[in-house]
Design a protein around this ligand. Structure first.
Ligand code: GZL
Length: 314
């Protein structure tokens, strides 16, 4: 019969180890969505660098944007008896069974970046991530101001079923509700990747509605950067013939804004490594933590891009 320490025993052990020797302090299993975008790469770098700095033993798994790979990784973390499980869920649904297994094993869960839709919020200890609805609102407000409330919009949507895709669309459309002359006429997923963003934008531009498009809303910078290539190959001027607003604030977006090809990027901060491991240490020691931890971020347009570039950390 496999004996596993009770939650109380596990917390005491973790606290004791944390006090005794940091290198033995914490083992964290982390399941990452994948490596689909510049944002994701920066997020992974922040997590790995902070774990090394704190001498946390990090068991890291890249799911290649597949939920089944994340579920396999979470189960393997339980089998390994890690102190804390953390993950960025690729989509919102389908997590209840594995989260119940983890709870049964007495291992606390920290959600990062994206949220899950579950009936019992007690299935995870805390969620640290951005407010994607507000990011969508910020993109909508900026575009309304830039276009005087008149735009024929193409939309590159993120991964279907993911919290950022659902919520960014929700926030953007909330703002459009107050601007009847701003209409989304084309909308399709580019799965948060540059290649797919280019492919979908090429198809948009070849469609009958494509010729009327005056603005593009991309749910992340990578899809916007792919679309910029497609717009140029179609003989149009990105940032002028088609006004482009996207989300993330990665370095390549600032380069594109400084070149006048992208008009605005709403920041979505991936550098959550320090906050993640503060939370992981606290939950491992059985300390209370907020169930929702926000991430600070802003909005950048062409007027600020060149000056901001040298200080961008991702
Ligand atoms: C947002 C994150 C999204 C980014 C994309 O927090 O989940 O996933 O906006 C990334 O670049 O692919």
């Amino acid at each position: 019969m496999k004996l596993s320490p009770s939650p109380a025993c596990r917390s005491a052990l973790a606290l004791g180890l944390a006090l005794a020797h940091p290198a033995l302090a914490l083992t964290v299993g982390f399941s990452q969505v994948g490596a689909e975008s510049g944002w994701r790469t920066a997020n992974t770098s922040s997590i790995k660098a902070e774990a090394a700095k704190r001498q946390v033993t990090l068991r890291f798994s890249d799911a290649q944007q597949k939920q089944e790979n994340q579920i396999k990784a979470l189960r393997s973390f339980v089998a390994q008896g890690v102190d804390v499980i953390a993950f960025s869920p690729v989509v919102e649904t389908g997590w209840e069974p594995v989260l119940r297994e983890i709870k049964q094993a007495g291992i606390p869960v920290v959600l990062t970046d994206r949220a899950v839709a579950v009936s019992d919020p007690g299935l995870f200890a805390t969620f640290i991530g951005s407010d994607f609805v507000e990011e969508g609102r910020r993109a909508g407000r900026w575009l309304a101001q830039k276009t005087g409330g008149k735009a024929v919009i193409a939309e590159l949507v993120g991964t279907p079923g993911s919290a950022p895709a659902i919520d960014r669309k929700k926030g953007f459309e909330e703002i459009l509700g107050a601007h009847p002359e701003m209409k989304i006429v084309l909308s399709q997923s580019g799965d948060f990747t540059r290649a797919k963003g280019k492919e979908v934008m090429e198809a948009f531009l070849k469609s009958p509605q494509g010729r009327q498009v005056t603005a593009l809303f991309a749910h992340n910078d990578d899809m916007a950067l792919g679309a910029i290539q497609a717009i140029e190959e179609a003989g149009l001027k990105p940032g002028q013939d088609i006004i482009i607003v996207s989300i993330d604030g990665v370095r390549d977006a600032f380069v594109a804004m400084a070149a006048g090809k992208l008009n605005c990027s709403v920041e979505c901060n991936p550098l959550i490594g320090p906050q993640l491991f503060d939370l992981a240490a606290a939950v491992a020691a059985g300390q209370p933590v907020p169930h929702r931890v926000p991430v600070a971020e802003g909005v950048y347009d062409q007027s600020q891009a060149a000056a901001a570039l040298p200080n961008r950390q991702y």
